[in-house]
Design a protein around this ligand. Structure first.
Ligand code: GLY
Length: 573
């Protein structure tokens, strides 16, 4: 059954049920067996084909990730890095860290001039901005550890999409047009992502022959096909020729790492998320820990009291993030303490209902950039195994450079370090010394590929792009579903707030707050500012369209893709 048909069947079924009045969001898309929600329709299809063949969620994730590297070059990648959270039906969990690493020649002052000033742009554009990519190592570690199908089978769809090309739709063409000015400055990028020097148009076929060869080398030789192959040699040569510091030994030394995921409980639900070097799990668990002491359901969605306590909880969690977290190979924050009930109760006791806490009063460093060019996908297979995967080039199209002959766009993940502790990054986040640059260190991330269980059963897979706005978005989807009983689409579509300690501003999406709610918040001392959209939540609910609701017909999986970006699909069977 096609996507649209599935959706219509569910909508009709919901209309026949005596449900409470719902918000104006379409019903989640349902499927019986397996589901993929990703930022590109062709990647979702590639994943579902693997599931239909009997591949597990990890197999499908590998196919989706490589397909996105072809069809969604703004964020899908093999030149970047990310995190994968996995859960099996029997309750086992795993987390793979394939975050990029600083080159061995990197120094704490890499992006500062002789006067000690941070040079704008140096950590975001060009080869000096590039961290050692982790994606191929991460996908290989996942496949060797948990996959069931041969690498060649999982990579075949991506190789075909690169070699034969795919027809661009309007959203694909619009995204590529965003990078056109920078592609024109980098001949290898221009040769692929411009058509005779102009942006590609809807209906045209984008062929990526060099990328197809790089993918074939990986398919033939595994991680060595990238890290000890032609791709690494070409990237290192181009880096050296253009002011970068990447070396062959950086590529040879790179390893993806298995870590224990970070877990916490919230109102009877168990949240499984990303540990350091992501700050995502800590911010989510610390914030939910604080919020667990408030009756959010009674306060009401987007009421001034709910917005106030959410803001105050986020303020405290992002403060701790910026001060304490970093690569666990280099710094050792007491993460268990930060998310413990005793600590979050102590933080809650410092929140007053009648006034906002000035962020500066929390102390610490006077306040690093996290690009939003990230993408997330969620997968559940027919056995109930699940993968939540977020990976990134940092900014859209990363550092906007491609080594000749590779077809691989390279990340600007070095910008996620603090170029100078205490100086705000492009998102206005101010970080401490724990996230300072050091050789072979991984920059602090906000990526939060998450899963939710209840009574030992998987109930949700969720994650999003959005830089520093990732954890706050995941938190709001969770509380919308758990505290406000929203369907998955309502929970994903609902307007959001964001607060990140510094700058001391309560950000709100259009229509998130009414005028009198804003006045009430301003009277408490909150400084409010409207922001545009940075997230694209991709989520799956298991069992019903809303937590605690009844299934629709024989469907078991219900997917939702954030409408904030125009690409992607929920696909299932
Ligand atoms: N570069 C985006 C993140 O790591 O959160």
């Amino acid at each position: 059954m096609g996507r649209r048909t599935i959706s219509l069947v569910i909508t009709a079924a919901l209309l026949l049920q005596p449900l409470a009045v719902r918000a104006a969001a379409p019903a989640p898309v349902g499927a019986e067996h397996g589901m993929v929600v990703s930022a590109h329709r062709l990647a979702s299809e590639a994943g579902v084909e693997v599931l239909k063949k009997g591949g597990n969620a990890v197999d499908a994730a590998i196919a989706v990730a490589y397909a996105l590297a072809v069809t969604y070059p703004e964020a899908g990648n093999i030149g970047g890095g990310g995190f994968m959270t996995v859960r099996w039906r029997d309750g086992r969990e795993a987390f793979i860290d394939f975050r990029e690493e600083a080159p061995g020649a990197a120094t704490a002052t890499l992006y500062q001039n002789a006067k000690g000033e941070v040079v704008p742009g140096l950590s975001t554009r060009g080869y000096l901005a590039v961290g050692v990519p982790g994606t191929v190592a991460g996908l290989e570690l996942a496949r060797q550890s948990f996959g069931s199908l041969p690498r060649g089978e999982l990579m075949a769809p991506a190789i075909a999409l690169a070699r034969d090309g795919f027809i661009l739709d309007q959203a694909d063409a619009d995204f590529l047009a965003e990078g056109a000015e920078d592609f024109a400055k980098d001949p290898p990028s221009a040769a692929v992502f411009l058509h005779d020097g102009r942006p590609w148009r809807k209906g045209e076929r984008l062929v990526q022959t060099d990328l197809a060869h790089t993918l074939e080398a990986i398919s033939d030789r595994g991680a060595d096909g990238f890290y000890r192959g032609e791709a690494a040699r070409r990237i290192v040569a181009a880096s050296g020729a253009h002011g970068g510091i990447l070396s062959l030994s950086d590529f040879e030394a790179y390893r993806a790492l298995s870590r224990a995921p970070l877990d916490c409980d919230y109102r009877g639900y168990h949240i499984v998320s990303a540990p350091p070097p992501s700050s995502g799990g800590v911010v989510i668990c610390e914030t939910l820990g604080i919020l667990s002491g408030y009756p959010l359901g009674q306060m009401g969605f987007a009421s001034s009291s709910e917005a106030h306590v959410l803001t105050e909880a986020l303020r405290r969690a992002y403060h701790d993030r910026n001060l304490e977290l970093g690569d666990p190979a280099f710094v050792h924050p007491d993460v268990a303490r930060l998310i413990s009930p005793a600590y979050t109760a102590q933080l809650r006791a410092g929140i007053f209902m009648d006034h906002a806490t000035p962020s500066a009063s929390l102390g610490g460093v006077t306040p690093s950039h996290e690009g939003t060019s990230t993408t997330h996908f969620s997968i559940v297979d027919a056995q109930g195994d699940a993968v939540s995967l977020t990976y990134t080039l940092n900014d859209w199209f990363g550092a906007r450079v491609m080594a000749p002959g590779t077809g691989v766009l390279l990340n600007d993940e070095m910008d996620d370090f603090s170029s100078k502790p205490g100086v705000p990054n492009q998102f206005g986040l101010v970080e401490g010394a724990n996230n300072a640059i050091a050789p072979r260190k991984r920059p602090l991330s906000s990526m939060s590929p998450s899963l939710v269980t209840r009574d030992g059963q998987l109930v949700m897979v969720v994650g999003t792009p959005g830089g520093s706005r990732i954890p706050s978005a995941v938190i709001q989807v969770l509380i919308n579903a758990i505290d406000y009983d929203m369907t998955l689409t309502e929970a994903v579509d609902a307007p959001r707030l964001h607060e990140q300690w510094l700058p001391d501003i309560l950000y709100y999406e259009p229509f998130a707050l009414s005028a009198d709610t804003m006045a009430a918040l301003a009277a408490k001392g909150h400084r409010l500012q409207q922001v545009g959209y940075d997230n694209q939540v991709a989520a799956i609910l298991v069992g019903a369209p809303a937590l605690g609701a009844k299934p629709v017909g024989s469907d078991r999986l219900y997917g939702a893709l954030d409408p904030r970006l125009p690409t992607g699909s929920v696909d299932g069977y």
